[in-house]
Design a protein around this ligand. Structure first.
Ligand code: NCD
Length: 325
């Protein structure tokens, strides 16, 4: 929603009507309040009674980049709560964007028909632009280039919380494309809102966090340890967060070929390392960086709770932000 001081508006206990653009809007309390709401949403989703929380509401979902989970879980979340969706896949082909319509104009049109806009865009900064263009309805960032993916981080944090019953005193391992992975950028922000978290960052040197991000996050309440060798990882961890090398962000595909799948999580590695109390996470899609032989391991949550939590958390956000009560 347009915000004339052009800074991020903090949640500070009040979700109603706000955009969700960045994890920087949240406090630890806001996140825990969201998870309380999420429990209620879970009961709605698993129960047989139709919910009316979003009855009469229409949510636009417009994605300039492909998606399986984020798009569909937002759509399912709206419908679980009795609302309806207006879905725009690939606007560059199927809307007036192909005729040269600007992002701002597209958003002004969509907000005339709907009560909220969920947007994914390939260019960092575009979701903020969309939020500035929208005068009346809240905007949800569903992935903003290499910037952030806040709703993914909220579901990731909830998955960790479900397992460990806390979001502080955690040791985590994040691996893969830390430079371009927007889920990583939001998740580190989220973890830094809680105390005593340590994250090992494993990546090829080409895919380390950018200097700016590393410096920014290092000033926060989180300990980041960059490593480039699997042997430097701890054998005890609370969660592993593996990610895909983001091929679509490479200008030079020969560099991609060189760095892709440098670190593959497979059964042999897990057996060597132990990681007894860890959960194995991935935002998906995976393209080889987690071997199929990991799927049956009970610690692997990427095709289990991590997916389901995506819908529950998005239901909770929608209900808090545009719900009838
Ligand atoms: C991620 C994304 O789009 O950033 N996918 C998702 O939303 N779960 C991760 C990825 O594409 O690698």
């Amino acid at each position: 929603m347009s915000n004339h001081d052009s800074g991020l508006i903090k949640i500070n206990g009040k979700y109603k009507g706000k955009d969700i653009l960045s994890l920087d809007q949240f406090t630890s309390k806001d996140i825990l309040a969201l998870y309380k709401k999420t429990q209620q949403m879970k009961r709605i989703a698993l129960g047989a009674k139709p919910a009316k929380n979003l009855a009469g509401k229409i949510v636009a979902i417009i994605f300039y980049e492909p998606s399986s989970r984020t798009f569909n879980s937002f759509a399912a979340a709206v419908k679980q709560l009795g609302g309806q969706t207006l879905e725009v896949h690939d606007p560059k082909t199927f809307s007036s964007v192909s005729k040269g319509e600007t992002l701002e104009d597209t958003i002004r049109v969509l907000e005339a028909y709907t009560d909220a806009i969920v947007i994914r865009h390939n260019e960092q900064g575009s979701v903020q632009k969309a939020a500035d263009a929208a005068e009346f309805v809240p905007v949800f960032n569903a992935g903003d280039g290499i910037g952030e993916h806040p709703t993914q981080a909220l579901l990731d944090l909830m998955t960790i919380y479900d397992k460990h019953k806390r979001l502080n005193n955690l040791t985590g391992i994040m691996a893969g494309d830390l430079l371009n992975g927007r889920t990583i950028h939001s998740l580190i922000r989220g973890l830094s809102l809680f105390k005593n978290n340590i994250i090992y960052l494993l990546s090829p040197k080409e895919l380390k966090l950018s200097k700016d991000d590393f410096n920014l996050f290092s000033q926060r309440n989180i300990k980041l340890i960059e490593v480039s060798n699997i042997n430097d990882l701890p054998k005890e961890a609370d969660f592993l967060y593996w990610t895909r090398v983001q091929k679509e962000r490479f200008k030079d595909l020969s560099v991609y070929e060189k760095v892709k799948n440098k670190f593959v999580l497979d059964k042999k590695l897990i057996d060597n390392m132990g990681w007894k109390n860890a959960i194995f996470m991935h935002p998906l899609p995976r393209v080889g960086e987690i071997a199929l032989d990991v799927d049956e391991d009970k610690r692997a949550v990427y095709l289990r709770s991590q997916i389901r939590n995506g819908m529950y958390v998005r239901m909770a956000l929608l209900d808090l932000i545009i719900g009838r009560k």
